[in-house]
Design a protein around this ligand. Structure first.
Ligand SMILES: C[S@@+](CC[C@H](N)C(=O)[O-])C[C@H]1O[C@@H](n2cnc3c(N)ncnc32)[C@H](O)[C@@H]1O
Length: 249
C-alpha cells in the first residue's frame, strides 16, 4: 500500500480507510492482515475510552506502526444527545476524508471485530456521507465472545441451535425468554447490570451452563464457571466482560 498503488475513484487517486480489528486483548490474536495494514498506514486513529483496554490498543499500535506514521487519538463523545455525538463523529470523518483525498492510507483500530458494536460503524457512515466515493476496507478481528468461548471451551452454536448476541440489555424478561427458547445466548456490555443478569440466568435455570469472562486476554483476566461466585462482586466487575449461556443440548 503506497501512493503508487493507492485506490482510484473515477480516475482520481485516493487513499483507503482501513477499519482494523485488533482482537480482544491477546497480542497473538491479531491477524497477519491487521499487522500488515498497521505497518503500512500513514495515519492511525486510536479511539480511547474509560472502559476499553487502552494499554493493549496503544501497545499494539506502537509495536507495528511505522516510525513516520501519525497516531491520532480519538476521544468518545460524552455529549448528552445523539445529535451532538453525531457531530463529534462528523469532525473525525471530515479529517479522515481530507487525508483520503491527499492519497493517504488511514487506519482506524477497534477492539475485537470492527463491525460488532463498535464506534467504527458510526464513523464509516459519517465518512460515506461526506465522501461517497471513499474506499473503505474492513479487516475483521477476533471478537471478544469468540475468544471467551475458546478460553472456556463452551460451544457458541451446535447443530441447528440459534445463537443470540445481546448488547447491554435492560430487558431481563427478554434474556430469560431467549435462554428458555434453548439457543445459545451471548451477553455483552454487561456493566452494572451484572447482578440482575445473573438473577435472570438463575431464574431461567441456566447457571450451570453459563460462563463469565472479564478482561479476556489481559493480565487480570477473570474466568468464572460458577456465576454464584460473582454474587457479591464489586460493581465494576461487569465492565469489559462477556457471559455465554450455552444452548440446551
Ligand atoms: C463496544 S463493545 C465492542 C465489541 C468488540 N467490537 C468485539 O468484537 O468484541 C465492548 C464489549 O465487548 C466485550 N469485550 C471487549 N473486549 C473484551 C475482553 N477483552 N474481555 C471480555 N469482554 C470484552 C465486552 O462485553 C464489552 O462490554
Amino acid at each position: 500500500m503506497s501512493a503508487a498503488d493507492s485506490a482510484t475513484t473515477m480516475g482520481t487517486p485516493t487513499g483507503t480507510l482501513f477499519g482494523v480489528g485488533l482482537g480482544p486483548g491477546d497480542p497473538e490474536l491479531l491477524t497477519l492482515k491487521a499487522v500488515r495494514v498497521l505497518q503500512h498506514s500513514q495515519c492511525i486513529y486510536v479511539p480511547t475510552s474509560r472502559l476499553s483496554n487502552q494499554d493493549y490498543v496503544a501497545e499494539v499500535v506502537n509495536r507495528y506502526a511505522d516510525q513516520q506514521c501519525e497516531i491520532q487519538p480519538v476521544t468518545f463523545s460524552l455529549a448528552a444527545t445523539a445529535e451532538e455525538r453525531k457531530k463529534h463523529w462528523q469532525l473525525t470523518a471530515a479529517d479522515i476524508a481530507s487525508r483520503l483525498r491527499d492519497v493517504q492510507d488511514v487506519a482506524f483500530v477497534t477492539l475485537g471485530d470492527p463491525l460488532l458494536y463498535s464506534t467504527y460503524i458510526y464513523l464509516i457512515r459519517a465518512v460515506r456521507q461526506q465522501m461517497p466515493e471513499a474506499q473503505i476496507e474492513t479487516v475483521p478481528g477476533i471478537s471478544a465472545f469468540s475468544f471467551v468461548a475458546a478460553l472456556t471451551n463452551i460451544p457458541l452454536g451446535e447443530g441447528l441451535q440459534p445463537l443470540t448476541v445481546i448488547p447491554s440489555s435492560n430487558d431481563l424478561n427478554q434474556i430469560k425468554q431467549l435462554i428458555n427458547a434453548g439457543g445459545g445466548v451471548v451477553l455483552m456490555k454487561i456493566g452494572r447490570r451484572l447482578q440482575q443478569i445473573i438473577d435472570a440466568i438463575d431464574q431461567a435455570d441456566a447457571l450451570q451452563r453459563s460462563v463469565f469472562v472479564s478482561r479476556a486476554g489481559l493480565p487480570d483476566q477473570r474466568i468464572e464457571t460458577d456465576l454464584n461466585q460473582l454474587r457479591s462482586a464489586p460493581e465494576e466487575t461487569g465492565n469489559l466482560a462477556v457471559i455465554i449461556v450455552q444452548g440446551k443440548g
